[in-house]
Design a protein around this ligand. Structure first.
Ligand SMILES: C[S@@+](CC[C@H](N)C(=O)[O-])C[C@H]1O[C@@H](n2cnc3c(N)ncnc32)[C@H](O)[C@@H]1O
Length: 236
């Protein structure tokens, strides 16, 4: 089984509270905008149709929820859940600004989702699993609230494949990113935590095994941009 970094929920909540207003800007800057293509791909993997219900778990500033709202259309609905109020506040503002009416933003924990069983055609989480202190519990919850036949989609950073690209990426991710992110956000702790959280994160195969143990099947793994991100898809 993977090494679990077990960050305290208080630590994670405080960390994201401290960077919430700059989170979206820094995401785009530090990933050179690539995260947008990854998000689009992950949302496509949800295979949603007009009128469907979708869930964004650990939604943060609701970027994926906003994308899901387009997939499900006016007749569909999206629920976004997170336990960090400052992140949700930014998300709510974005939703209001875009005049989106089909996204409900809820305070809640990924380990005890505020939703009935068999509710959503797809449940997604983006860049959040590394921060959850009990990944199997979060996966069980995502599976529980998804309808039979529905999809659970996980978008996460991953360890790159290939020695040359891997070394270049590690140099950027471990040396440069903490300095740039820290200097711009004036918060060094979160951007030191980011590479550390990936280093101790589970492998693709371990995540896939946890999905099976959560009751999902037909697991597929999709590597993105040389494997620096990956999407896992499972069917309930
Ligand atoms: C890196 S951000 C990702 C935000 C968003 N999903 C995105 O795609 O940008 C991680 C988020 O996970 C949330 N989070 C971590 N553990 C959580 C938990 N157990 N329950 C709810 N939210 C959690 C944090 O509050 C934070 O907003």
């Amino acid at each position: 089984m993977c090494e679990d970094i077990k960050p305290k929920e208080v630590f994670v909540e405080e960390l994201f509270s401290s960077i919430a207003p700059r989170y979206d800007f820094l995401n785009s800057l530090l990933s050179f905008g690539i995260h947008k293509a990854w998000r689009a791909y992950a949302v496509k993997c949800c295979r949603l149709s007009s009128g469907d219900a979708a869930l964004d778990v650990a939604a943060g500033t609701c970027d994926l929820a906003i994308r899901l709202s387009k997939s499900v259309g006016r007749d569909g609905r999206v629920v976004a859940v997170d336990f960090c109020r400052p992140m949700l506040k930014v998300g709510k503002k974005r939703i209001e600004k875009l005049n989106i009416k089909n996204v409900e933003v809820l305070f809640g924990n990924a380990k005890a989702l505020p939703a009935e069983a068999d509710t959503f055609q797809a449940s997604i989480t983006g860049f959040a699993l590394r921060n959850v202190d009990d990944i199997p519990a979060a996966l069980r919850e995502m599976a529980r609230v998804t309808v039979p036949g529905g999809r659970v989609v996980l978008l996460e950073l991953a360890k790159p494949e290939g020695p040359v690209f891997g070394r270049l990426y590690n140099f950027y991710f471990e040396r440069m990113l903490p300095v740039i992110g820290g200097a711009i956000s004036r918060r060094f702790k979160p951007y030191k935590y980011l590479p550390a959280s990936l280093k101790s994160f589970c492998s693709r195969e371990e995540i896939a095994q946890m999905m099976i143990e959560a009751g999902l099947h037909d697991i597929s793994i999709h590597n993105l941009t040389g494997g620096i991100a990956a999407v896992h898809v499972g069917v309930k």
